[in-house]
Design a protein around this ligand. Sequence first.
Ligand code: HEC
Length: 297
Amino acid sequence: MTRERQRVLIVSGLLAAIGVMVTLVSYSVPLYRLFCAATGALGTTQRVAADTARVSDRKVTVYFNTDVAPDMPWRFVPLQRSVTVALGQQVPVFFEATNNSATALVGHATFNVTPAKSAIYFKKIQCFCFTEERLGAHQTVQMPVQFYVDPRLADDPSTRDVKDITLSYEFFPSRKPEGATDLARFVVAGPPDASRGAKLFAANCGACHALAAAKVGPPLGGVVGRLAGSEAGYPYTAALAGFHQAWTPAELTKWLTNPQGLVPGTAMPMAVADAQDRVDIIAYLATTGGKGAIPPR
Ligand code: HEC
């Protein structure tokens, strides 16, 4: 089959899949993952299911870098500095983008993987697909990427010793914005809603956290703006006690997205997959005293 024909097939398959997704109306992360696992979206030819059986003990740390072209009024950041993963293990990571301008803009991203020799083993199930992506005026999106590192990395003499991999993305203004897909599917839908956050907190966090007293986890009243791991008398893990960051809304977003990704070795087992849920929980926490004046996001 020629490359051209392969591309046509992939594109038409994708359009069909997108059509199905659109008719399903409500977007959800598990559904999206399913979609990605089934299609190996956009040219990543490996079917994930085939490789997940082989998760090895060997670990690598993947670092994330983001950049935005100077003429692009977007903020674009990874929500985790790095993740340490076993070879073959599938992990989701998140990137956040905000269009700081008053008009919708279409961006196009390029990426690269270093060291370059490891790139063929870095398998992206490329869910926020970095083709032409439109972001509305002042909109913020949290975009998932799911990936794994092929266990064959450890068998290849030229990559056997690789311990760190860096994935870098840069967004540029698109030169052909006409066919852009809309990033609206990842939008943090509404403004922060603290009263919804209070309910989510009670339901999802209340088993381990109270505002004023330690339970399984430390008290969280006034946690926004507080130094991580700093509640006197609570037995933090060495990992969190050594984290030395203030809990800004941005750090809390990363934390709730993937506690282990932000602070490897922490004992907090829970993640919040939904972007709006995270925003609302953080908005609620900001009302619970302390230095809650830091605006959400
Ligand atoms: C199953 C128990 C459990 C649940 C559920 C849980 N946490 Fe935690 N959380 C912990 C533990 C344990 C720690 C301390 C981690 C450590 O020391 O590494 C922690 C730490 C934290 C911290 C850091 C506090 C500090 O003083 O540095 C924040 C913030 C936090 N959790 C927020 C939440 C939120 C918000 C939720 C609900 C979405 C939640 N947690 C759900 C167990 C839990």
